[in-house]
Design a binder for this molecule. Structure first.
Ligand code: PHE
Ligand code: ZN
Length: 878
């Protein structure tokens, strides 16, 4: 491996920093064209360092050095070395004071890392290695210090000056300039530094913490967005309360600020006391944001807030430990959304996402462990594996050691490592300590890539008798990891009787129970149950999706239909339907024909579900949906994606055609859904109404199209408007054009809503996809320098427009390759991300795969960024 990527960074090479930074002062003379930064730091040799006389490494990336002094004097000839990574300072004494003056150019920064300009404001993004684009510094997460920051700028252009912590001073200066001084009392690494200078409106609120301290909440947006802040502020307060109640975590500063930024590479950033957010995850009103947007905003706000403890107070030693903060924080935000907003279906939504995005990542050329051991470009490791699979590992730990012990472990973890930079091993060690368990075998989940495959088989002896469950596990090889070890898999199971009730039994020497967590740690293991109270009609496997594995339990159609009708575990119930859908698709692709008996049984089960008065609307809506193509593709070694999409759509049509009347009958009960309520119930009913409409259109119900038109016209919310648009978006029908044209006219000047229009147009398989793509890129609202706009067009084109992206002459691949190339010159991080669909060339049929590969090879021959090169090289590696 080492030879394959000579520029890579290796976990095994980790060494403590040679110097600690005892304090830091930053003075910014801010202007968009050129900003001058004076950096003063007190450094001291780290007693723990390996080499006693090592030089001080100050990283710098594209920063101009203006002057440099050590204890007030210029360093002697030869002591200060400048190289590709920044500066190396030799011959330092035990302790010294450095003063560095440097310059950077925010208005030329289209990469959106470091200090940059967005909509006339100045802002920063430092995670993971952006601070070195602002000044020379030991920019690594294990160098923590306190910051005092002085900002100076033109008052008219930048009336608001913000940085981390508390504002301790502010005032006027000559020439229309002003300044502010901020101090952050908490130790932090440079990746959590932030500043903002701009003309922004502030929405305020307060929160009283559990110990009775009042915290000022401040949300900064452009003045014209001031009426779209309520939901974000309300979400923040809910998150703060939840973190106290569920995790005992209290906020620590007197002010918590959030700033909405138009041009942002990711969702948001947890800078200490000063979160920066992609405007998309802040701004919402019922007219502009769908229920899904509201839920996403709430979850991102909570995620960034939760980082204050899981990430900021306790941070990462190095970037290999990224999941230490991200996996844990995703887990925490999932708990929040489950308890406060979505309840049972949250788990289903998360599993669907994991399967559609993380499983393919784990099975493809970019597969990597949750804790990688080397990387060429860390920006490329902000992945679904580190975030979502990382959260699954935390969830499994909780399942294995129990909720209470886990919660105690978290308290110990936060207390013990407060103010420190630590590792995932440290985290697991705490959980081992509080539970008294040996969790060493569990740690393989962190170091081993790939999704384990589990099989399950059972046998029974009739009522009062015994049951045996035999489980096996195997993890397929991934790049660089040919041989896989066994992992610890918590399998939650229950037996259901003919009425769908849980059966009781006990394991040898164990208590009588009606649900078990089986721990599979061997390659094959048999679990025995005695004195079953009844004979099982069905087995409910992997309840709550207790482990991120691919399960094959070989269940019969009747058994699956039974689970679909009765299972009290929402995930397992949904999974029964998903298994049936997958089986039907597999049969169509592998045998080139529909399994009519199977499809009739599915239709029958769906009909029963539609008649079920007791099922929650949101669960019904979720169950009725077939898996997306990108998830179905994982069922096959290689598959023609255009055909797969067609088979999926055809299956949907055939299953739901006979059910149109049943669907119509539910509709009147949902006529009052557009009521502006944001309760789980109201959102669930709107979701069901929109799902039924879309399924009826897909099933060619003639009445559905005029209904979609009427729904759009009458809509008072974005949710219902988008519901109508989504329903007709695959129809080559006038209705589609009429609605889209109206939508475009209505929201032409509202970039975040216009992105939805871009997505509908780019993601539709209706003929003329390339012409539409050209038109979108020429649209006055489109900008290559804005990641949201670029993602809104290219994302859906690659993710759901199989017909055009995978057009058999390779036109889609060449176009996308060309766009990635163009974007790479401006914004490497976003370009590398958008290149990822092209890396899946081994999963599509060979004719297409070769064309995709050719496009990757064309890009590989160009001079591209390190971000993009890393992705392409891994995609092309043998
Ligand atoms: N740390 C951020 C989060 O998880 C994500 C992020 C990474 C943002 C890198 C910007 C740059 O919320
Ligand atoms: Zn995060």
């Amino acid at each position: 491996m080492r030879d394959a990527s000579p520029l890579a960074v290796y976990l095994n090479d980790y060494q403590q920093p040679a110097f600690v930074v005892e304090s830091l002062e930053l003075d910014f003379d801010l202007a968009a064209a050129a900003t001058e930064v004076t950096t003063r730091m007190a450094v001291r040799r780290n007693p723990e360092a390996v080499e006693p006389d090592a030089p001080l490494r100050l990283y710098g990336d594209g920063v101009e050095l203006v002057s440099f002094t050590v204890d007030g004097a210029k360093p002697a000839e030869g002591l200060l070395e400048q190289d590709a990574e920044g500066l190396l300072l030799h011959g330092l004494p035990e302790a010294a004071r450095l003063e560095i003056v440097s310059r950077c150019h925010p208005d030329q920064n289209t990469a959106l890392e470091g200090l940059y300009a967005s909509s006339g404001n100045l802002c920063t993004q430092c995670e993971p290695e952006g601070f070195r684009r602002i000044t020379f510094f030991p920019d690594r997460p294990d160098v923590l210090t306190t910051y005092r920051v002085r900002l100076e700028a033109d008052r008219a252009q930048y009336p608001v000056l913000l940085a981390n912590g508390n504002r301790v001073e502010a005032g006027e200066l000559d020439g229309g300039r002003h300044y502010a001084v901020w101090e952050d009392p908490f130790l932090k690494p440079s990746y959590l530094f932030a500043l903002v200078a701009g003309d922004l409106a502030c929405q305020r609120d307060t929160f009283t913490t559990m110990s009775g301290r009042e915290v000022q909440l401040e949300l900064y947006v452009e003045a014209h967005n001031a009426d779209r802040c309520d939901h974000a502020l309300a979400s923040l307060k809910r998150a703060m309360r939840f973190d106290e109640e569920a995790f005992g975590r209290e906020y620590d500063l007197d002010v918590y600020m959030i700033v909405a930024v138009d041009d942002f590479n990711m969702g948001a950033m947890e800078n200490k006391g000063l979160n920066l957010f992609n405007a998309k995850y802040v701004l919402a009103s019922p007219d502009t944001a769908t229920d899904d947007d509201f839920v996403a905003i709430e979850s991102v706000i909570a995620h960034e807030y939760f980082h204050n403890w899981s990430g900021n107070r306790v941070t990462c030693r190095d970037w290999f430990q990224l999941s230490l903060k991200e996996g844990l924080t995703v887990f925490r935000d999932q708990e929040f959304t489950t308890d406060c907003t979505l309840f049972g279906v949250k788990r289903i939504d998360d599993v669907a996402m994991l399967r559609a995005f993380q499983f393919p990542e784990d099975a493809g050329p970019l597969a990597h462990p949750v804790r990688p051991d080397h990387y060429a470009e860390i920006n490329n490791f902000y992945t679904l594996t580190v975030y979502e699979k990382g959260a699954e590992l935390i969830r499994m730990l909780r399942t294995l050691i129990g909720r209470e012990t886990f919660r105690r472990g978290l308290d110990v973890y936060f207390e013990r490592f407060d103010g420190q930079a630590v590792t995932t091993d440290d985290f697991v060690a705490v959980m081992a300590e509080v539970s008294g368990r040996n969790l060493t075998p569990f740690k393989r989940w962190y170091t081993q890539a790939g999704t384990p495959r589990v099989t399950a088989a059972t046998s029974f002896d009739g009522p009062g008798g015994q049951a045996r469950i035999t489980l096996t596990q195997e993890t397929p090889p991934t790049p660089g990891q040919e041989h896989k070890e066994l992992v610890v898999i918590p399998m939650r199971v229950a037996f259901l009787d003919a009425k769908g009730q849980r059966i009781t039994a006990h394991q040898k020497g164990g208590e009588v129970q009606d649900e078990w967590v089986l721990e599979l740690s061997e390659g094959e293991q048999t679990f025995r149950f005695e004195e079953l109270s009844d004979s099982p009609t069905a087995i409910s496997w992997l309840r709550g999706f207790s482990a991120p594995v691919i399960l094959n339990a070989n269940q019969g159609v009747d058994e699956l239909a039974h689970l679909l009708a009765y299972d009290d575990d929402a995930f397992a119930r949904w999974e029964a339907a998903q298994t049936l859908f997958r089986r039907a698709i597999r049969s169509r692709i592998e045998h080139d024909a529909a399994d009519t008996a199977l499809e009739a049984a599915i239709e029958h089960a769906l009909a029963a579900l539609l008649r079920d008065e007791a099922i929650e609307p949101v669960l019904l809506a979720t169950i009725l949906q077939l898996p997306p193509t990108r998830e179905l593709a994982e069922l096959f070694e290689r598959v023609d994606p255009v055909r797969l999409r067609n088979e999926r759509d055809d299956l949907e049509k055939r299953l739901y055609m006979p059910l149109t009347e049943a669907m119509q009958q539910i509709q009147p009960k949902l006529d009052d859904v557009d009521n502006g309520a944001f309760t789980a119930e109201a959102m669930g009913r709107r979701q069901l109404r929109n799902r039924l409409l879309a399924l009826r259109v897909a099933a060619r119900d003639q009445a559905a199209v005029p209904e979609a038109l009427a729904q759009y016209q009458k809509a008072r919310s974005q949710t219902m408007r988008m519901g109508a648009l989504n329903a007709v978006n695959e129809l080559d029908h006038e209705a589609r054009q009429v609605l889209l044209a109206d939508f475009e006219k209505r929201y032409r000047d509202d970039p975040l809503v216009l992105d939805k229009y871009f997505g509908l147009q780019a993601g539709s398989q209706v003929a003329g996809g390339f012409e539409r793509l050209d038109a979108l890129l020429e649209h006055p609202g489109f900008r290559w320098t804005n990641p949201n706009r670029v993602r809104a067009v290219l994302g859906p084109f690659m993710a759901r427009n199989e017909r055009h992206f995978h057009q058999d002459d390779g036109e889609g691949y060449r176009r996308m390759g060309g766009f990635v190339e163009k974007l790479d010159a401006m914004n490497p991080q976003t370009a590398a991300r958008l290149a990822q669909p092209l890396t899946r060339w081994r999963k599509v049929d060979t004719a297409r795969g070769e064309q995709m590969r050719a496009e990757l090879e064309r890009l590989a021959a160009l001079e591209v960024s390190r971000d993009l090169r890393d992705v392409i090289e891994r995609a092309l590696a043998e």
